[in-house]
Design a protein around this ligand. Structure first.
Ligand SMILES: NC(=O)c1ccc[n+]([C@@H]2O[C@H](COP(=O)([O-])OP(=O)(O)OC[C@H]3O[C@@H](n4cnc5c(N)ncnc54)[C@H](OP(=O)(O)O)[C@@H]3O)[C@@H](O)[C@H]2O)c1
Length: 256
């Protein structure tokens, strides 16, 4: 391990939603810190491009198409990766979608898409991985990406906020159940991080007004999450499970 307590050499990490934004950044970060990385999402071409970049830069990456909403797709992808890579011991449950608009106008299909992706999807991947790790022994570390919108109420994001609050609670429940298998389950609750998901919004007046409410007066960048991810993915957090680390420039502390 040397002097670096966050070193991930010898570990293999599966990242969901690795074709874009925070997930693609996480895949690169984990590879830079010694992990073999399995990139998953629905868009194969993007996954293969990012995995190719990582491999060219001296890392070790594989890619597999996975729709987290579909248990059969999760099983196909995880089974294939376990066959190709041996064992996978770190899971970053990052795939997620957002939908805006007032609660009275939310369509049933929109509600289902958000909750299926952000909550059921994270559960399906975690359950699949936990079954394999429980059988293989040796434990693992799961990191769920929630949101500050799962911690405190805001308007126009009913399905998203509810799905992330539920994922934060699921993190605690799974930490309790899976400690017996040596699987730690923690979460990172990011504040606003500049990605495709919200870039347009922060260019609007409403977006600029939101930035004024963040004590640090800026939105985050994916790299602002690096410390929390490396802590939770690595053995540096061996005595942490069921925890949520908030990374938000102080946004949750904004004045009432
Ligand atoms: N950006 C923020 O401000 C912010 C703040 C708090 C929390 N978060 C959370 O951070 C995570 C990443 O967000 P981001 O900003 O990086 O979003 P993004 O740029 O839109 O990327 C989302 C990723 O999720 C994947 N995805 C969506 N639906 C999927 C499905 N059914 N199956 C598999 N993969 C799926 C997408 O890939 P494909 O389309 O290729 O499947 C994409 O790689 C999300 O969980 C989000 O809620 C973001």
């Amino acid at each position: 391990m040397g002097g670096n307590v966050f070193d991930l050499s010898g570990k293999t990490a599966l990242v969901t939603g690795a074709s874009d934004g925070i997930g693609a950044h996480f895949a690169r970060l984990l590879a830079k810190n010694g992990a073999r990385v399995a990139l998953t999402a629905r868009r194969a071409e993007r996954l293969h491009k990012i995995a190719g970049d990582i491999n060219r830069q001296g890392g070790e990456a594989a890619a597999a198409v996975m729709d987290v909403c579909d248990a059969a797709s999760v099983e196909d992808a995880v089974a294939g990766l376990w066959t190709d890579l041996g064992r996978v011991d770190v899971l970053v449950n990052n795939a997620g979608i957002a939908a805006g608009g007032m609660a009275v106008g939310v369509a049933e299909a929109e509600w289902d898409a958000v909750v299926d992706t952000n909550l059921k999807g994270a559960f399906l991947v975690a359950q699949n991985m936990a079954r394999r790790l429980a059988a293989a022994g040796g434990g693992g570390s799961f990191v769920n990406i929630t949101s500050i919108l799962g911690e405190r109420a805001a308007g126009n994001v009913a399905a998203y906020a509810a799905s992330k609050a539920a994922l934060a609670h699921l993190t605690r429940v799974l930490a309790l159940e899976w400690a017996r298998h040596g699987i730690r389950v923690n979460a990172i609750a990011p504040g606003y991080i500049g990605t495709a998901m919200n870039r347009q919004f922060f260019a609007t007046e409403a977006g600029r007004n939101t930035i004024k409410k963040i004590p640090q007066r800026r939105i985050g960048e994916p790299r602002d999450l690096d410390g929390a991810l490396l802590l939770l993915a690595s053995d540096a957090s061996s005595y942490m499970t069921g925890s949520t680390i908030v990374v938000d420039g102080g946004h949750l502390q904004s004045s009432l």
